[in-house]
Design a binder for this molecule. Structure first.
Ligand code: FAD
Ligand code: DHB
Length: 385
């Protein structure tokens, strides 16, 4: 079996790459180890930058996103007994974000791939990469797929990155001393806008998915498990961390999903080796406080599509050779912003009184200076694509 681009992973990066390549007449096969049902139900990100929305719409997979996505023109930072709005329309006029669940993006992309006759294989076993230096091919479940290029879109725990010989890639990493407990609940959002709340008990985030479904995150110890967090404890803690301003009441409801995500920053340099190109979480991870991971995956895929189009239409490897450099600037900007948001809003057990006062001064600055708030706003809505 032969294809031009062998893609490992049917997350947002792999599926979108396959679809964008299809629109340019380039063939691909997507190999995914999980079932279709599993990837369509996996609850993760929710904040799409304008560039991500534009990319999906231009690719013809944005109809439901435009119908059901929730445009947002600001977020609230809540701390010290008060809420402070970061007003995008004032600070970064004309720019906004859209709240739309990652698994909805994945559903839309899978539907589009299958409708266009795309080759997306689920529950594929033992994917392995070979011949990365010159003649790449993939093996899986007793089959062989020859390709011109391999795209490693298999997330942080995938096989692509570890298939590169030792010593070729450099890794830059920071682990945070806490995790996020993510919760999806059948209840109308208690706020129209996202609330990022900093308290002495830890950070909490109130987000949403629709007028009837809310999404929440709680800062928890790094080794926390969902068993330690029965529903009642989750609601008690969310109330303690969100009902910190006069007149705000959190409406509770049925919890339909919960999971714990470790918090880390991680970057691979370069994001390529021979005929293998890494995209999305396979190449880099950000702590989710800045809502950047999915958006970075989409940005990588855009760059890779252009480079592959040039390669297949002219034989020139110029853009492919520069793929990593073209992506890493944005990747490091997102690393810095995500670190900045994380340190601004989380409680660090290691902090002494000096550290806590510095953090308070930092939030006071962000909420009282338009210059500082603009830094937050322009990174949050995303730098121009
Ligand atoms: P993935 O979505 O991880 O997809 C990789 C795919 O590869 C998976 O389907 C996996 O099953 C498959 N795979 C793995 N190994 C193999 C193998 N050996 N063989 C075949 N297939 C394999 N980002 C944002 O932009 N905004 C947010 O608001 C946001 N919030 C988040 C909240 C949480 C709780 C979490 C966990 C993440 C959040 N992110 C956010 C990050 C975002 O979800 C990820 O960055 C995004 O999923 C990256 O997409 P991807 O396609 O690169 O990787
Ligand atoms: C969501 C996730 C994030 O990481 C974030 O910063 C904001 C919102 C969400 O899932 O809705």
């Amino acid at each position: 079996m032969r294809t031009q681009v062998g893609i490992i992973g049917a997350g947002p990066a792999g599926l979108l790459l396959s679809h964008l390549l299809h629109l340019r007449g380039i063939s691909s096969v997507v190999l995914e180890k999980r079932s279709r049902d599993y990837v369509e139900r996996r609850v993760r990100a929710g904040v799409l930058e304008q560039g991500t929305v534009d990319t999906l719409v231009e690719a013809g997979v944005g109809a439901r996103l435009l119908r059901e996505g929730l445009p947002h023109h600001g977020i609230e930072l809540r701390y010290g007994g008060a809420g402070h709005r970061i007003a995008f329309e004032k600070l970064v006029p004309g720019r906004s974000i859209t709240v739309y669940g990652q698994q909805e993006v994945v559903k839309d992309l899978i539907a589009a791939r299958l409708e266009a006759g795309g080759d997306v294989r689920f529950e594929v076993e033992d994917v392995a990469l070979h011949g990365l230096e010159a003649e790449p091919y993939l093996t899986f479940g007793g089959e062989r797929l020859d390709c011109d290029v391999i795209a490693g879109c298999d997330g942080f725990h995938g096989v692509s990155r570890p298939s590169v010989p030792d010593g070729v890639l450099s890794f830059f990493e920071r682990d945070y001393p806490f995790a996020w407990l993510g919760v999806l609940a059948e209840v109308a959002p208690s706020s129209e806008e996202l609330i990022y709340s900093q308290t002495e008990r830890g950070f909490a985030l109130h987000s949403m998915r629709s007028p009837t479904v809310s999404r929440f995150y709680l800062q928890v110890p790094p080794d926390a498990t969902t068993e330690e967090w029965p529903d009642e404890r989750i609601w008690d803690e969310l109330k303690a961390r969100l009902e910190t301003v006069p007149g705000f009441t959190l409406t509770t409801g049925r919890i339909i999903e919960k999971g714990v995500t470790p918090m880390r920053g991680f970057v691979t340099e370069p994001m390529q080796y021979g005929r293998l190109y890494l995209a999305g979480d396979a190449a880099h991870i950000v702590p989710p406080t800045g809502a950047k991971g999915l958006n970075l995956a989409v940005a990588d895929v855009r760059v890779l599509t252009e480079a592959l189009d040039r390669f297949f239409s002219t034989g020139s490897t110029g853009l492919l050779d520069g793929y990593s450099d073209a992506c890493l600037k944005r990747v490091w900007r997102a690393q810095h912003f995500s670190w900045w948001m994380t340190t601004l809003l989380h409680t660090f057990d290691s902090d002494d009184d000096y550290g806590r006062r510095l953090q308070r001064s930092h939030i006071d600055y962000v909420t009282s200076s338009d210059a500082a708030a603009t830094t937050l706003a322009e990174n949050y809505v995303g730098l121009p694509w």
